[in-house]
Design a protein around this ligand. Structure first.
Ligand SMILES: [Zn+2]
Length: 306
């Protein structure tokens, strides 16, 4: 049985109303936990909503125990604008949890998501992507390593609390962590490349995590050989221009000091900056798969290490 709940949030100055759309799917194969799946907390990460859409289309409630709550677009205004931050207040929704009813709009949105979604679930899968231009491919290990592994990605990241670049404060998963709800944060896809392979992997990964939880029929597939990273370094350019890539593909090892890419001026054709790998024994977890135009400070590469 599937139903859709529309939760009104607020009217905007243009008269339109923001609302959350939460799908409830009740399995008929028996009792079980309520699993919450969310996507597009960052609006420029448009792969997650596609994964949730395809997952819901393919799901057979007769094979499901317990209940699913799906929040395919957690941040509708950012999603529409295709921006990481909310256009109303320019805040990052995934730093605003648990939110505040009388706070900035993003805090009000976070409070509604906490109340209507995060506080009603027993297991949490939150889907992120690389955004407009970069493509990303790793899974966080938070408090449910078996579930993180069951998603099936090769690279996993055991985040540590409190340190910048690792486990951030104010995320949706920080709310579920506090309630000891098993939580998995997925980073998959994005960029100006065909998303179909990432969508297919996302759907397979969600199904396999549900099998690992024993709420979906069938034995879970064994994951591939996996690497657990203990740190990830974000590499941002200091110059703007075209990024021309010169490094191994996403998900592969990166040699120490390897040339990762060049920032090239579209105006003078000069190389403005050469980007080298600063990480010893690194793995490429975020990269650009096309010749994109970037600004100083953009997400250029993320290199993880064991
Ligand atoms: Zn994100």
């Amino acid at each position: 049985m599937a139903s859709l709940r529309r939760v009104p949030i607020a009217h905007f100055a243009n008269g339109m109303e923001a609302a959350l759309h939460i799908h409830e799917i009740v399995g008929t194969a028996g009792d079980g936990p309520t699993v919450g799946i969310s996507a597009a907390i960052h609006g420029d990460e448009q792969t997650g909503p596609q994964i949730v859409l395809e997952f819901a289309r393919q799901l057979d409630p007769a094979k499901l125990k317990g209940r699913l709550l799906l929040l395919p677009v957690a941040n509708p205004l950012s999603f529409e604008a295709r921006t990481r931050h909310n256009p109303v207040d320019d805040l990052n929704l995934n730093r605003m949890f648990p939110g505040a009813r009388g706070g900035w709009f993003s805090e009000q949105l976070a409070a509604a998501i906490s109340r209507e979604f995060l506080e009603k679930i027993d297991v949490f899968f939150d889907i992120h992507a690389g955004g407009h231009q970069p493509t990303v491919d790793y899974i966080y290990i938070r408090n449910a390593e078996n579930l993180s592994r069951a998603f099936g990605s090769k690279l996993l990241y055991r985040a540590k609390p409190g340190v910048s670049g690792t486990m951030y404060e104010g995320t949706a998963a920080a709310v579920t962590d506090k309630r000891a709800v098993p939580s998995v944060v997925i980073e998959l896809g994005g960029g100006l490349v065909d998303q179909a392979p990432y969508v297919a992997r996302g759907v397979a990964g969600l199904n396999n995590m549900l099998r690992e939880l024993k709420t979906l029929d069938g034995a879970p597939a064994k994951p591939p050989e996996q690497i657990v990273m203990s740190g990830i370094q974000i590499i941002r350019p200091t110059q703007g221009g075209f990024i021309e890539i010169a490094h191994p593909p996403l998900g592969e090892r990166v040699a120490d000091d390897a040339l990762l890419g060049r920032i090239v001026s579209p105006y003078t054709f000069e190389t403005l900056e050469e980007i080298r790998n600063p990480v010893k024994g690194g793995w490429m977890v975020l990269s650009h798969l096309t010749r994109n135009l970037v600004q100083p400070g953009d997400y250029l590469f993320m290199v993880g290490h064991e």
